[in-house]
Design a protein around this ligand. Structure first.
Ligand code: RP5
Length: 166
């Protein structure tokens, strides 16, 4: 039996977990299997690299990496894999996330990290982007994505009608 491709969600600390809830909830909503791990580019470098190198054997197809402060997690992962890497800068450090945004997004040419917004829709959009990557080879997932977009549009139009009826 063909195993579904998984998403690896790596966070630099368990203090990132609450902010990642919209990301994990979105993956659950699409019934995308994922593995969530706390692994740090700085505190557990050897374990992180081992996990990244073993990922293809674990049927992992996409990485989502969330870190704050000196957020090197996504970049280090991207340097050790050819799989797509998505970065989410966390805003739980004293500089409010700008530090993490710059550390995540300013990658050298040749080592891409698809970087999403600090706070707001960032964690959710990171998950939706991972779903879109997997949907390229999964027609069921592609159909769910179409349905999700239609449902979102319906919700907005309902709100518009309510506003006009006031
Ligand atoms: C980063 O440092 C983590 O991703 C986290 O966002 C931040 C603070 O970590 P803790 O000191 O709360 O463990 O590596």
């Amino acid at each position: 039996m063909i195993q579904p491709i998984k998403v690896a969600v790596i966070m630099g600390s368990d203090s990132d977990l609450d902010r990642l809830k919209p990301c994990l909830d979105t993956l659950r909503a699409f019934e995308v299997p994922f593995e969530a791990r706390v692994l740090s580019a700085h505190r557990t470098p050897a374990e992180l690299i081992r996990f990244v190198e073993e990922a293809p054997d674990a049927n992992i197809g996409v990485f989502i990496c969330a870190a704050g402060g000196a957020a090197h997690l996504a970049g280090v992962v991207a340097g050790h894999t050819s799989l797509p890497v998505i970065g989410i800068p966390m805003d739980n450090a004293p500089l409010g996330g700008l530090d993490a945004l710059l550390a995540t997004v300013q990658m050298p040419g040749g080592v891409p990290v698809a970087t999403f917004a600090v706070g707001g829709g960032g964690p959710k959009n990171a998950a939706l982007f991972a779903v879109r990557v997997l949907a390229l080879s999964n027609p069921d997932l592609a159909e769910k994505m179409v349905q999700q977009r239609a449902a979102m549009a319906t919700q907005v139009l309902e709100k518009d009608q309510k506003l006009q009826a006031r």
